[in-house]
Design a protein around this ligand. Structure first.
Ligand code: ADP
Ligand code: 5GP
Length: 191
C-alpha cells in the first residue's frame, strides 16, 4: 500500500459499546488496524498485553509523556492514565491502514484537532444511563467504586456528543453496527 491511511475514532463513555463495535469492524475490514494505547490501569483477566493495551507502570508512562511520545493522554478513574502513542498511529497510517482509536471524549477532541478531515469521529451513545449501568454490571469488570467513577464520568461525557461527526445510538447492537459500517465505508471512499 502506498497511500497514507486515515484515522477513525469510536468515542463513548465506558461501557458504551466501543470495543464490541470495533471487534465487528476488524472482522469485516482487514484494512482497519487498532491503535493500541498505553495505560497504567490493571490488566483484566481476558486482556492481552500489547494487543488490548500496553500495560505500563506509572513511571514508564511519565517518561513517555516527558519524551513527547503521546499524541494525547488523559488521567482519570482515580489516577489511572491512558494515552495514544504517536509511534503506534504513525506506523499504521504510513503502511496505508485506517487506524481505529477507542478513546474517551477529551482525547478524541484532541485527536480530531490534530487530524481534521483525515479523521472520522463517531460518538457511540447508550440508550440511557440506566442501560449503561446495567451493561457495565453485566460485563463484570468493575467493583462498586470503579462502576460509580465510570458512571459519574459518563454523565458528563454524554454532553459532548454533538462535537463529533456523527452520533450513533447503541440500543440494538446490529442496527448500531450497520450505522457504524455505513459511516466507515463512506469515509473510506472519500479522497
Ligand atoms: P466499551 O468498550 O465502550 O467500554 P463494551 O464494548 O465493552 O464497551 O460494551 C460494554 C458491555 O455492553 C459489554 O459487555 C457488551 O457485550 C455489552 N453491549 C454492548 N453493546 C450492546 C448492545 N447494543 N446491547 C446489549 N449489550 C451490549
Ligand atoms: P477501559 O479502562 O474500560 O479499557 O477504558 C476506559 C476509557 O479509557 C474508555 O473510554 C477508553 O475509550 C478510554 N481510553 C482508552 N485508551 C485511551 C487513550 O489512549 N486515550 C484516551 N484519552 N482515552 C483512552
Amino acid at each position: 500500500m502506498d497511500k497514507k491511511g486515515k484515522v477513525i475514532i469510536l468515542v463513548a463513555p465506558s461501557g458504551g459499546g466501543k470495543s464490541t463495535l470495533a471487534r465487528r469492524l476488524f472482522k469485516d475490514f482487514d484494512n482497519i488496524k487498532f491503535s493500541v494505547s498505553a495505560t497504567t490501569r490493571p490488566q483484566r483477566d481476558y486482556e492481552v498485553d500489547e494487543k488490548h493495551y500496553y500495560f505500563i507502570s506509572d513511571e514508564d508512562f511519565d517518561q513517555k509523556v516527558a519524551a513527547g511520545e503521546f499524541l494525547e493522554w488523559e488521567e482519570f478513574y482515580g489516577g489511572k492514565k491512558y494515552g495514544t502513542l504517536r509511534s503506534e498511529v504513525d506506523k499504521k497510517l504510513n503502511s496505508g491502514y485506517f487506524v481505529l482509536l477507542d478513546i474517551e471524549v477529551k482525547g478524541a477532541v484532541n485527536i480530531k484537532n490534530i487530524y481534521g478531515d483525515e479523521c472520522l469521529s463517531l460518538f457511540i451513545k447508550p440508550p440511557s444511563i440506566e442501560v449503561l449501568k446495567q451493561r457495565l454490571v453485566d460485563r463484570g469488570t468493575e467493583n462498586d467504586e470503579t462502576l460509580n467513577l465510570r458512571l459519574a464520568r459518563a454523565e458528563k461525557e454524554l454532553d459532548y456528543a454533538d462535537r463529533f461527526d456523527q452520533v450513533i445510538i447503541n440500543d440494538d447492537l446490529d442496527a448500531a453496527y450497520e450505522e457504524v459500517k455505513k459511516a466507515v465505508v463512506k469515509f473510506m471512499n472519500q479522497n
